[in-house]
Design a protein around this ligand. Structure first.
Ligand code: TRP
Length: 332
């Protein structure tokens, strides 16, 4: 039997961070044998809010690709593609736009948050408001049944499913309804204590951070704001430093001991942070090393992108034949 397909992706707007790792990358690494996995560098989507910074998007294509290779996404198993080089996605998006109301796209909670965060006010670029529709095209044009993503992407998958139902009921059964797959850790807090690690929030630990950057970030991490002295009993639940220990420190006995002493006021923040630094550095060292193996190897990187995109374009073309037939625009 053919393997089921995964489609997921990232906006190339900077390097990837630990939040990306626990939210989606970890699942991609795990599932690339079992599934026919496609991973998209969503440059068209990145341009919806970076149309004034095309340089940043262009540069980030390689950075994100390096992050993929560094964490172990294997181009022999996973098809890595560039969204803008598959114009069929734009074509399908146009047809999908007929099936969605303006009111509905603006009700998408993630889009709403982003509009607020970016300060668009009443001047929302139409392309930005519509990106969930284009994301529905990303997923369905490849017939994906599973989409590994972070929690913030759930509204996109929900909207995709609605579009699929509408399309199929109008034009006949063409698409399958995809399902989201969340990471083990639903949401990783930022180093500043914000509930979410995000590039635009400036509170990230990047997969490619050097040892020095990592140390500086960990030592400056937000902890329990009510704890002034190491002898004050501290709060462990929801404290980002312990959230990270739970996720990235494999020495569970050490974590349990630190938590106990923290709650009793018998350990300083510095020791907790230093131990976290060691755990994170052990986690990131092989990722950094793998990244440096590929850095600057532009020929190899371009080949990966070209081959992946070409294969993906073939699949998208086949789907569009079915779409045109179903929509009765297969004239000749
Ligand atoms: N919206 C995703 C993000 O901001 C990126 C993305 C684009 C995506 N197309 C996708 C994710 C399709 C999953 C499936 O990270």
């Amino acid at each position: 039997m053919d393997k089921k397909r995964i489609l997921t992706g990232d906006r190339p707007t900077g390097r990837l961070h630990l939040g990306h790792y626990v939210g989606s990358l970890q699942n991609r690494i795990k599932l690339q044998d079992e599934y026919d996995q496609f991973v998209m560098l969503a440059d068209v989507q990145a341009l919806t809010d970076n149309f004034e910074n095309p340089e940043e998007v262009r540069k980030s294509i390689k950075e994100v690709l390096l992050d993929y290779l560094a964490v172990g996404i294997d181009p022999k198993k996973t098809t890595i593609l560039i969204q803008s080089l598959i114009p069929e996605i734009a074509e399908l998006t146009v047809f999908y736009l007929n099936l969605v109301t303006l009111e509905r796209v603006l009700r998408n909670p993630t889009v709403k948050d982003e509009i607020k965060q970016k300060g668009f006010g009443q001047n929302i670029p139409a392309g930005f408001a519509m990106y969930p529709v284009s994301q529905a095209a990303d997923i369905t044009i490849f017939n994906a049944s599973l989409v590994p993503v972070g929690e913030d992407q759930l509204p996109m998958i929900e909207q995709t499913r609605e579009i699929v139902r509408k399309f199929n009921s109008l034009y006949g059964q063409v698409f399958i309804e995809p399902e989201a797959l969340l990471g083990e850790v639903k949401r990783l807090p930022g180093i500043d204590g914000n509930a979410k690690m995000g590039k635009s929030l400036g509170n990230c630990i990047y997969l490619s951070d050097s040892e020095e950057e990592l140390k500086r970030k960990v030592m400056s991490m937000y902890t329990d704001p009510n704890r002034i002295h190491p002898t004050d009993p501290g709060k462990v639940e929801g404290n980002p430093i312990f959230v990270y220990h739970d996720v990235f420190n494999p020495d569970k006995a050490q974590v349990a001991d630190l938590k106990k002493r923290y709650q009793e006021g018998k350990v300083g923040d510095i020791e907790v942070k230093e131990k976290l630094f060691v755990a994170l550095n052990n986690f990131l060292t092989p990722i950094r090393e793998k990244r440096s193996e590929f850095e600057g190897k532009d020929k190899i990187l371009d080949r990966i992108l070209k081959d992946g995109t070409e294969k993906a374009r073939g699949v998208a073309g086949e789907t569009m034949k079915k779409v045109r037939k179903a929509m009765k625009i297969d004239y000749f």
